[in-house]
Design a protein around this ligand. Structure first.
Ligand code: AMP
Ligand code: MG
Length: 320
């Protein structure tokens, strides 16, 4: 198993050695390596069993450093950076030569983010390269939102997980790209569309497509537990599947006729932020119970609810 702790010097030493470290961010935990070193980047793909066509996000500690890695930064991107960085927003730019194509899966563009977590910012300030860091889970599975989640799944393959506690946002970053003066949202996430539109005007949601995954986070199946999951009217689905051992991931209300241990309520108050922070923990918990079916329901489709519903939809898609 990996060691878990808060030793930034140790984490720095490992990264300087082209090896990988699990890092906390406000969205989910990342599997980080030196983004400028192809050997470290190749190791990320190997440890995650991630297909090489799925590009990585570049993490750095300040907006001032971004021009080292990308060509021009559109003015709307500057506005968004000023409002949301450090934070759960990833922006796509044209990459400079210094970024290996291995990081971008051969694309001329690179996804960049400044994460909002004090330990990881300190870590980024203590190294002289940016970090490539996808979520620290095996490809396609539920993302990790605490250090134990990382250790459970990747602990045999990495030396160290920097422990920054539970993720405050709990859902991956929102990814946007700039096209002329327009903003396309490629992945819904921790920065809400409503908040982005307040700063930069109307955005477009790019169509989800498995055949053309500009962002593989856009693939119709992703973020899935091993147990089959169906989203819809919980009571009705339970009635239809009364012969199965069922678990329920509910938004705010408990459901009758379900063993309390098999029920995970995202937010009794009906708070979407709290629901987002608990979504992946809930899916992981229910996935450990050897159930035959997990049943869940969509949450209100506003603010963070849109990203939660997006993840539920993709978790369900695995079955088909
Ligand atoms: P993860 O860090 O595992 O949440 O995944 C990173 C996400 O960023 C994936 O969905 C990638 O497809 C997306 N991404 C990374 N680089 C690019 C890029 N250059 N263009 C579009 N999407 C990207
Ligand atoms: Mg991921």
């Amino acid at each position: 198993m990996a060691k878990i702790g808060t030793d930034i010097e140790f984490a720095t030493e490992i990264l300087n050695n082209s090896e990988l470290v699990g890092i906390p961010t406000e969205t989910v935990y990342g599997l980080a390596g030196n983004a400028l070193n192809p050997k470290a980047v190749a190791e990320i793909f190997k440890v995650k069993d991630r297909p090489s066509f799925d590009p990585l996000i570049l993490h750095t500690s300040s907006l001032e450093r971004v021009p080292e890695f990308v060509h021009e930064i559109p003015s709307k991107a500057h506005e968004l950076a000023n409002h949301f960085w450090p934070g759960p927003l990833t922006m796509i730019f044209r990459k400079k030569e210094i970024i290996p194509y291995l990081v971008t899966s051969g694309l001329e563009t690179i996804a960049v983010r400044i994460p909002n977590h004090p330990l990881t910012i300190k870590l980024l300030e203590s190294i002289d390269f940016p970090l490539a860091a996808p979520s620290a889970n095996p490809f396609g599975y539920v993302s990790p939102t605490n250090a134990e989640h990382v250790n459970e799944q990747l602990g045999e393959k990495i030396k160290y997980v920097l422990d920054g506690g539970d993720c405050h946002v709990g859902i991956e970053s929102t990814i946007v790209e700039f096209e002329n003066d327009e903003i396309n949202v490629l992945r819904l996430g921790g920065c809400t569309v409503e908040d982005i539109e307040k700063i930069a005007g109307k955005v477009r949601l790019r169509q989800i497509s498995s055949s053309n995954p500009v962002a593989p986070g856009m693939m119709s199946s992703h973020y899935s537990p091993f147990t089959p999951i169906i989203i819809g009217d919980i009571d009705e689905i339970i009635t239809r599947n009364s012969d199965l051992k069922i678990g329920v991931l509910a938004f705010k209300n408990e459901f009758q006729n379900i063993n309390k241990d098999h029920m995970f309520v995202l937010s009794e108050k009906g708070d979407l932020n709290e629901a987002a922070t608990r979504l992946f923990t809930g899916l992981r918990y229910l996935d450990t119970l050897n159930l035959q079916l997990i049943v869940s329901e969509y949450v209100p489709d506003i603010g963070l609810g849109r990203a939660i519903n997006d993840r539920l939809k993709r978790a369900e898609a695995k079955r088909n």
